[in-house]
Design a protein around this ligand. Structure first.
Ligand code: NAG
Ligand code: NAG
Ligand code: NAG
Length: 318
């Protein structure tokens, strides 16, 4: 079993090669989705030298690297940086959305030096979540359960595969719906509401390798429910999670089969509790701040001698 947990790749205290000269400047070409976010000193996350991270474009000519967030520039080529770049300046393509929701990848051809995304094979790997190894074992107490299955959904698109699956599944098992068209799920009460459920449908909006989002990490694992996942293959999930920490829809030939299994577990506390055994040694990460993503870039720039330099993203990102 090869699970990917927080180690030297994420929060581990890796020591960067000593750098000559002053700290690196990283320009955020835009704030992600146009929203200013809190920045943090990178030495709080990693054992590295701090970078000067700024969103002030006057630094463009001096910046050692420019992080370009795909969603903020993809509608219009002119919103990409236009000025000439110094020979050593590195451009970082940053995207946490899936290929199905990443239009105009072609605009990005022959511009970027490093990729930064949820894909494990990115130069800078910025997953939505990960597991951390506890320094000593804990007796995890499962939150009190009074309800069965919940799903929270903001973008209601009946043509989407996950809705078709849901329509079939709900014929055989009751599902409480939350989200804009359903029961409200206030952000500050999300954990306490969802924790009452035995199962949470962590259904991704599109199916792509490694595309496993906060639906799994925060909504399901963060609130202490058992995730029922629809997304990439089970094998792909098992790169991130122990096999007995989630239920995959592909484990069952039909939605009816899944519904039956959930009902069996509902009546069998011993089997249900097995889905929490992994928590003796592991815990899911807290919600990932943008500042951590930026600091991963800071670290990569200090450590990476070579990188992939993907000329055309379209071929790689699909
Ligand atoms: C941007 O940086 C320049 C150069 O350091 C500085 O003069 C200017 O005041 C900054 N602008 C803002 C809005 O901070
Ligand atoms: C970054 O990529 C661009 C486009 O491929 C290339 O022209 C430039 O030389 C690269 N810069 C570095 C520092 O590797
Ligand atoms: C967990 O609970 C068991 C049984 O109550 C106890 O024997 C054990 O020491 C506990 N382990 C930890 C790490 O607290």
């Amino acid at each position: 079993m090869l699970i990917w947990v927080a180690n030297s790749l994420t929060l581990g205290r890796l020591t960067a090669a000593p750098q000559i000269g002053s700290e690196l400047t990283i320009l955020l070409w835009t704030w992600p989705f146009g929203q200013r976010t809190a920045l943090r000193k990178c030495s709080e996350f990693f054992d590295i030298r701090d970078c000067h991270i700024t969103a002030n474009r006057s630094w463009y000519h001096k910046a050692d690297a420019v992080i370009v967030h795909h969603r903020d520039v993809c509608n219009n080529r002119e919103s990409l940086p236009q000025g000439p770049r110094t020979p050593s300046q590195r451009w970082i393509w940053f995207n946490l959305e899936s290929p199905s929701h990443s239009p105009n990848l072609g605009f990005m051809d022959h511009l970027f030096n490093l990729t930064m995304s949820y894909r494990r094979d990115s130069d800078i790997f910025t997953p939505y979540g990960w597991l951390e190894v506890l320094s000593q074992p804990q007796n995890f107490s499962i939150p009190a359960k009074s309800k069965l299955v919940a799903w929270a959904v903001s973008n209601w698109n009946p043509a989407c595969y996950r809705f078709k699956y849901y329509e079939e599944l709900k014929k055989y098992i009751h599902i409480d719906m939350y989200g804009s068209r359903h029961m409200p799920l206030p952000w500050d009460r999300q954990d306490s509401i969802l924790s009452q459920y035995k199962f949470y449908l962590a259904f991704e909006n599109s199916l792509h390798e490694d595309y496993i989002t906060e639906k799994l990490w925060n909504n399901a694992l963060g609130s202490g429910t058992v995730p029922v996942v629809l997304g990439p293959s089970r094998e792909n999930y098992e790169r991130f999670l122990p096999p007995d920490s989630f239920i995959h829809i592909n484990d069952f030939p039909t939605p009816q089969g899944l519904a039956q299994y959930l009902q069996e577990l509902d009546k069998d506390p011993v089997r249900y509790q097995r889905y929490f055994q992994w928590r003796t040694w592991l815990k899911p990460s807290e919600e990932t701040p943008w500042a951590l993503h930026f600091c991963k870039a800071c670290r990569a720039l200090q450590m990476t001698e070579s990188y992939q330099s993907i000329p055309t993203l379209v071929k790689w990102f699909q």
